[in-house]
Design a protein around this ligand. Structure first.
Ligand code: ADP
Ligand code: MG
Length: 262
């Protein structure tokens, strides 16, 4: 067991389909390149996709983990994970969405506390939008990574999201503007967006991160950033920036291990 606790980074959004889960998978790939041990925790209770995207078999899920904690029969995180690689494990969302409604979310902090001794980073995926569950998840996160698209409806949603975040003083937040969902459809400038949402944009994912055959990757359980060809073509020129972003999320932005990443 590690002595230092891992960081909990939650990826969220106001709108669905803005590229959260794909971004989270790519981020996991970057952490693997940095030699970090990562747990992907799928708390998208409306139909999480991580285990399917990674093509791993699932037996127990977060529902079983929390149920076992509640009933005092939790043995250890190893019981609930599917392993993707030496450094990446996944805890899946419930297979049956009805189970999701029965999860006693107040036990999430106990689950995270225990898991954080076994991983450097716990990357949490969420259902989009404000909900009781999400507020508990945000409360338990070291960093909230908010993904938004360049889309009128999302800008409106994001403005509301940011104003609530200000109200509840959740400022451990980074805003990611995703330009890579649809190539060449960027109607608003960063200045327009900043003005509309009244929040800073911390990082932008450029149009050229768009992956034409993304479904092919998902069908094969391949993380794009871990595919050497895609890494060389799409990401490597921004290597420093990507590593800065990934390390910033875990509070290590003075990290200087980039020369190990190729
Ligand atoms: N980098 C990308 N390149 C190409 N298509 C993308 C990319 N990111 C997301 N998409 C497309 O958008 C869809 C939604 O992305 P996803 O990450 O599942 O969004 P969310 O988790 O926010 O609902 C994906 O199924 C894919 O078709
Ligand atoms: Mg998703």
């Amino acid at each position: 067991m590690r002595s230092e606790k891992g960081k909990i980074v939650t990826v969220t959004s106001a709108k669905g389909g803005v590229g959260k889960s794909i971004f989270l998978l790519n981020l996991a790939g970057i952490y693997q390149k940095l030699g970090k041990k990562v747990l992907l925790l799928d708390l998208d209770f409306s139909g999480g996709s991580l285990a399917v995207s990674l093509n791993v078999a699932v037996s127990k899920t977060i529902y079983n983990a929390i149920d076992d904690l509640v009933h005092n029969r939790y043995l250890g995180i190893e019981e609930y994970i599917s392993s993707y690689s030496d450094l990446i494990d996944v805890v899946s969302c419930p297979k049956d969405p009805r189970q999701a409604t029965k999860i006693e979310i107040r036990y999430l902090d106990t689950f995270l506390e225990r898991a954080s001794f076994a991983y450097d980073i716990i990357l949490v995926d969420t259902t989009h939008g404000f909900s009781k569950n999400n507020i508990v998840i945000y409360d338990n996160s070291d960093m909230i990574v908010y993904v938004m698209s360049n889309d009128l409806l999302d800008l409106k949603n994001s403005k509301n999201f940011m104003s609530i975040m200000k109200d509840i003083e959740m400022d451990h937040l980074r805003v990611i503007l995703n330009h890579s969902l649809v190539p060449n459809e960027n109607y608003f400038s960063n200045f327009d967006i900043r003005t509309m949402i009244q929040w800073n944009i911390d990082y932008t994912l450029p149009t050229d991160y768009y992956i034409k055959n993304i479904t092919g990757y998902l069908l094969e359980g391949m993380i794009p950033s871990l595919d050497q060809k895609t890494w060389d073509r799409k990401y490597q020129k921004d290597k420093k920036q990507l590593i800065k972003m990934a390390t910033d999320f875990i509070g290590e932005d003075d990290y200087s291990g980039e020369e190990n990443v190729d």
